[in-house]
Design a protein. Structure first.
Length: 302
């Protein structure tokens, strides 16, 4: 791969903004394929709650990193970086441009810039925080991270106890929080160009779409899907908005009406965190998803 002869087009944005439709249009325009950077869509068992492209959409354009893993597989962002770079090396033998789309800011960052260097964490610190996670639960971890690193708390997946635990491990091991470590790392050079697009709608419009999508997911059987995987609720793949709320409903913590309210509220909060993450990256050019012609013209000029 020669520098500047190949490129990726990153299409990012919050949940329900319209990334799938636009990514398909862009991929078809440039006669190429799509790499998913949505960590929730990797898992083949999870259909409804992850808002994957439909079978018809997956047929329209070849997708990678969708239905590529089992919820029982161990997989992290570092492995994704290695796998995605290796795959791009192969795809660039055929395609000049590859579309990358998703809402997982950490995965997009890893692909575009590389992983942040983090301090070593002693095994006893890991064991301590794993035990605290098991004993005290998610709310405890949320409070801890919010206290020591409010900036990171605004962008991290607050429903993922593994990520929160990691933040506390790093802080205890080094005396510095994740925001500090993330700010001091320099991006890795990549042997391809990167064009970053982010999608945004007016907040009320986006929130209406999120609520509507959640209603449709519930109609399609989201509660039954979560119930099917209840026995595996502690797996990292299931520590996410859309499933944790239903698991707690199944635990008897609240009724179904409250579960639905929390599903919508937490999805809106998740979207807000996604926007906060992408807004911090000044390389993104922002578009309304329906301004397709303007967006295509912009990409064609790059």
């Amino acid at each position: 791969m020669d520098k500047k002869t190949k490129r990726i087009i990153v299409i990012a944005g919050p949940t329900a903004v319209g990334k799938t439709d636009l990514s398909l249009e862009v991929a078809e325009h440039f006669n190429t394929v799509i790499l998913s950077a949505d960590s929730r869509q990797f898992y083949k068992e999870l259909e409804i709650g992850t808002a994957k492209p439909s079978p018809e959409e997956l047929t329209r354009v070849k997708h990678y990193f969708i239905n590529s893993l089992s919820i029982h597989d161990t997989y992290d962002v570092a492995q994704y970086e290695r796998d995605a770079l290796s795959l791009l090396n192969e795809l660039f033998q055929t395609y000049h441009t590859v579309v990358v789309t998703g809402g997982s800011g950490l995965y997009i960052k890893a692909l575009c810039e590389g992983m942040d260097d983090m301090p070593a964490v002693a095994e006893e610190i890991r064991e301590k925080w794993n035990l605290l996670r098991e004993e005290k639960g998610l709310a405890f971890l949320q409070d801890q991270v919010k206290t020591i690193d409010p900036e990171y708390f605004e962008i991290v997946d607050q429903h993922n106890p593994i990520r929160l635990t990691r933040a506390m491990e790093v802080y205890e091991a080094s005396g510095k929080n994740m925001t500090y470590w993330r700010s001091k790392n320099k991006p890795s050079d990549r042997p391809f160009d990167i064009v970053k697009i982010a999608l945004e709608r007016p907040r009320e419009e986006l929130y209406e779409r999120i609520d509507l999508r959640m209603d449709l997911m519930i109609e399609e059987g989201l509660f039954n899907e979560a119930k099917e995987f209840y026995a595996f609720k502690d797996l990292n793949a299931l520590q996410t908005v859309g499933y944790t709320e239903i698991f707690e409903y199944l635990d008897g913590k609240y009724d179904k009406e409250e579960a639905i309210r929390l599903l919508k509220r937490n999805s809106r909060r998740y979207a807000k965190r996604q926007l906060t993450w992408f807004k911090k990256d000044k390389e993104f050019k922002w578009f309304h998803p329906e301004n397709e012609e303007e967006l295509i013209d912009y990409l064609s000029s790059k």
